[in-house]
Design a protein around this ligand. Structure first.
Ligand code: ZN
Length: 229
């Protein structure tokens, strides 16, 4: 779960302070995206359809593209993903270099450093949309389920990572159906809700300049499903 304890206060605000007034361009020389939040989410989902269809047109990672990005970046969306090797966000949405801004942590939670990353994506780069992307059969969520249902004890080094996920598992326990998959969905929803309600982002969500969605990636068929938040 995203923490309101704000290292964000110290980290991101210091970052934003350095930025000064919001630049007309994203960091560097690339103009900010002109996509609306809804258009940005639609573009992610369209890219996912191309990924599923094995679109023969590769995402643009060419030398020419690299050259255009040397002076800056202007990604059209931010994705909060899991570190799982089966779920590279850029690949799942058929995105090339410079198109999506990504923060990945096992279990797709949002530690303070990721929160600062998200803030940078919004304020400095102009991303109008955030997708919190959980996935089928997530190992981090499965480990949290083991803790909750069987009293498994995790190594101390892993406990900070799984604490927020355990919160999601507990929230999903009363739901009918498969606990692991319900927990994956609940975990993505909880992270998305926390961003929507966070005081640094809530105003933008209210005025329609920022959209936050929760989503689940299906390992079986490759589809990204947007969840009700
Ligand atoms: Zn995972």
């Amino acid at each position: 779960m995203l923490s309101r304890r704000s290292a964000f206060g110290a980290t991101a605000c210091a970052c934003l302070g350095l930025l000064g007034t919001r630049p007309a361009r994203a960091a560097g020389t690339i103009p900010r995206t002109t996509l609306t939040p809804d258009e940005a989410i639609a573009r992610l989902l369209d890219g996912n359809r191309r990924f599923i269809a094995d679109d023969p047109t590769p995402a643009d990672t060419t030398a020419a593209r690299r050259a255009t990005l040397t002076g800056g970046q202007a990604p059209f969306a931010t994705i909060i993903g899991c570190a799982d090797s089966r779920t590279p966000p850029e690949t799942l949405v058929h995105a090339g270099l410079g198109e999506v801004f990504v923060a990945r942590v096992a279990g797709n939670t949002i530690p303070d450093t990721s929160l600062a990353t998200i803030a940078y994506g919004i304020e400095a780069l102009g991303t109008p949309a955030i997708m919190v992307l959980g996935h089928q059969n997530c190992g981090a969520v499965a480990a949290a389920v083991e803790v909750v249902t069987r009293g498994a004890v995790l190594p101390a080094v892993m406990q900070p990572m799984l604490g927020p996920v355990i919160f999601a598992v507990n929230a999903a326990r009363t739901q009918p159906g498969d606990l692991l998959d319900n927990s994956v969905r609940e975990n993505a929803r909880i992270q998305a809700r926390a961003l929507i309600r966070h005081p640094d982002f809530a105003g933008k969500v209210r005025d329609g300049t920022l959209k936050v969605v929760a989503a689940r990636y299906c390992l079986d068929d490759g589809r990204i499903e947007v969840l009700e938040v």
